[in-house]
Design a protein around this ligand. Structure first.
Ligand code: ADP
Ligand code: SR1
Ligand code: MG
Length: 417
């Protein structure tokens, strides 16, 4: 990545830039008039939808990283390296799960630009779920996405040398890992200038989060895992804003945080986003019926993930971890069972961290933060914090996803509002 070849693109400069890229011209049409819309609603980057003015079906998405954190502004510098990692991860995902990620038309590391398939018939899952829309395939798609990407980049699948070579391509996604270390695992559990504020929530957090030694030490144990447990190539920002869906398809986007980390981080984040949305529907129009749908998706996600992961594992050749002849069939079965129980517990802990950071930290979720009535919002926020604390405290009692669901259902059986 060089500085001299970088310039920030905008609606004026995009047409010339795109005209020089044959693969993009092929999609948009030679010499076509272009419509360009800045559609970025994310925290970090600029995203444009570009389409042929006379044929909106001929469209691409242009995503560019700028050298700062977009949600804060230029006063928070952030290296553009993140786009290099997004390009690398999306390239790999296109090999591993091509039906679940956008196709790449062009990638330019010097310009920190990614040009990809425009998902014009799809909506961000978070927005759909806020509106109470049922997506029949999303839970199985996410489960399969996680199983394939996590298993196939892990030491249970890859050989030792090839895995370390792959790890090497993601090790230096350092600034985004640091963002996660701070904004998910540190700042939300203490007084910090960056934190969100809502008076009643602040008061509750002061009493029940900042001074809860066990909870803070538990969160730190998960920060330790995040920092030190390179199980597999994670998406590492797999929330409902990173999924674009419709009734038939689901696509995963926005993999700029990709790095080698613990399996449970992706799984836990996904689960937490269904819970954050579920809590919000105590106020939102979806009500009990939609809450039930959201809760039912959690075992579907987990069971799909688990059965696909185990299917891949049972069919795997020798790996960095296992070679033929090391374990008997019974021993291998026991290993896999214990592994899955640990992964479930790990996922519950990461889900707990994710719920707290989305409640107390700078980067909230629209599910709750967009609710204007501060008292209502605060009640939902406190519910999310209580559920986070319960999941964290009871994670090591879990033997199955049904156990987790039982805790969640018991929690929601007490009044939220
Ligand atoms: P950031 O990295 O800044 O969080 P995202 O990758 O989440 O950016 O993209 C921001 C928004 O741009 C998404 O919420 C979505 O609305 C839109 N978007 C991103 N990628 C695509 C795509 N391939 N097709 C359609 N819309 C997209
Ligand atoms: C400053 S933290 C910004 C957050 O936005 C991204 O989507 C990640 O979730 C990150 O933690
Ligand atoms: Mg992003």
């Amino acid at each position: 990545m060089t500085e001299e070849n970088y310039r920030v693109l905008d609606r004026d400069s995009l047409p010339d830039y795109l005209a020089g890229i044959p693969a993009v011209v092929e999609v948009l049409g030679e010499g076509a008039d272009l419509e360009i819309l800045e559609i970025g609603d994310g925290n970090l980057n600029f995203v444009y939808r570009v389409n042929n003015a006379s044929d909106a079906n001929r469209s691409v998405i242009v995503k560019q990283a700028v050298p700062y954190l977009r949600m804060v502004g230029e006063e928070w510098p952030l290296s553009r390296d993140r786009m290099t990692y997004e390009i690398r991860a999306l390239t790999l995902y296109n090999e591993v799960v091509p039906d679940l990620v956008p196709t790449i038309f062009h990638a330019d590391e010097d310009m920190s630009v990614l040009i990809m398939q425009c998902l014009s018939d799809h909506i961000i899952l978070r927005l759909g779920m806020i509106d109470g829309v049922v997506y029949p395939k999303v839970a199985t798609d996410i489960g399969n996405f996680m199983a394939d990407t996590l298993f196939k980049t892990s030491h249970w699948s890859m050989g030792s040398l090839e895995r370390r070579e792959l790890m090497d391509r993601f090790t230096m996604n350092a600034e985004l890992c640091k963002l996660t270390e701070e904004f998910i695992f540190t700042f939300p559990y203490m007084e910090h200038d960056s934190n969100y504020s809502n008076p009643a929530t602040d008061a509750w957090a002061k009493e029940h989060v900042h001074t809860d030694t066990q909870y803070k030490l538990d969160v730190l144990a998960f920060k330790d895992l995040f920092v030190s447990k390179p199980d597999a190539l994670l998406h590492a920002d797999l929330h409902s804003g990173s999924l674009m869906v419709n009734q038939d398809e689901s696509y995963v986007i926005d993999m700029e945080f990709a790095y080698f980390g613990p399996f449970g981080f992706d799984v836990g984040k996904v689960i937490s986003n269904f819970l954050l949305c579920c809590t919000s529907h105590f106020h939102r129009a979806g009500g009990a019926e939609y809450r039930e749908w959201l809760l039912e998706q959690i075992p579907v996600i987990w069971n799909t993930f688990e059965s696909r992961f185990l299917e891949l594992w049972k069919a795997a050749d020798d790996s960095a971890m296992l070679i033929d002849g090391l374990l008997t069939a019974d021993e291998a079965e026991r290993l896999r069972q214990e592994f899955m129980t640990n992964l479930l517990r790990e996922s519950a802990g990461f889900a707990a961290c994710s719920m707290a950071r989305r409640t107390l930290g700078i980067a909230g979720v629209a599910d709750v933060r967009d609710i204007e009535d501060l008292d209502v919002r605060s009640k939902l926020e406190i519910a999310n914090l209580k559920l986070s604390k319960r999941l964290m405290a009871e994670r090591n009692t879990l033997s199955s996803i049904d156990d987790m669901l039982a805790i969640i259902r018991d929690f929601y059986s007490s009044p939220v509002l």
